[in-house]
Write a protein of this length. Structure first.
Length: 193
């Protein structure tokens, strides 16, 4: 059973969707999204112009006997991100548990975690994407003066993966881009609609 007195702070819409679905799946809770606050990124959490909003939410949760959980991307420097956030918490006298995606021990982001939990039978889709990235690295266009093409972001890869599996209709494809479509057992192997 999950406690009802918690507040989770995440970066973006995709994080809200994933964490809500994860909590719903594990604890059979349909209202998890009510406890999740999208910050727009760790820089917004700690910024002088916005931090008081989050400090007040965290202190209210703590004062009510609840637990704060910050779930952010580690990005390119796990140790630095962890230090920055924990120092911010101490400086502002707020208590929270911290989990840095993808695995709370190394660099990365939500999309790295999502790629790791893809249902094994769907791995060929991601193998195609690797081939696509490899092909792009060998394409040179004259108007780019020899500069390599930009490899699409990891988010693009995940959305393309979902779009391929969700179906051919425009409404099904829109689900993959809306951050509100359910992640199914067939796409990740872990979550249900």
């Amino acid at each position: 059973m999950i406690r009802d007195d918690y507040t989770i702070f995440v970066e973006g819409t995709a994080d809200v969707c994933f964490i809500s679905q994860l909590i719903g799946h594990i604890w059979n809770v349909s209202s998890a999204g009510n406890h999740i606050h999208q910050t727009g990124g760790y820089t917004n959490l700690i910024a002088d112009t916005t931090k008081n909003t989050y400090i007040n939410l965290m202190k209210r949760t703590t004062d009510d006997g609840g637990v704060n959980l910050v779930i952010f991307d580690a990005d390119n420097d796990f140790n630095e991100r962890r230090k920055t956030l924990l120092d911010w918490g101490r400086k502002n006298n707020v208590r929270f548990e911290l989990f840095l995606l993808p695995d709370n021990k190394g660099n990365g982001e939500l999309e790295d975690l999502l790629e790791r939990i893809i249902f094994h039978q769907n791995k060929p889709v991601m193998d195609c994407w690797k081939g696509y990235e490899e092909s792009l690295s060998h394409v040179f266009l004259p108007w780019k003066a020899g500069a390599p093409l930009t490899i699409p972001a990891k988010k693009t890869k995940i959305y393309a993966y979902l779009e391929v599996l969700l179906g051919p209709s425009n409404s099904e494809k829109k689900k993959s881009r809306s951050h509100t479509g359910s992640t199914t057992t067939q796409t990740t192997g872990t979550l249900t609609p």
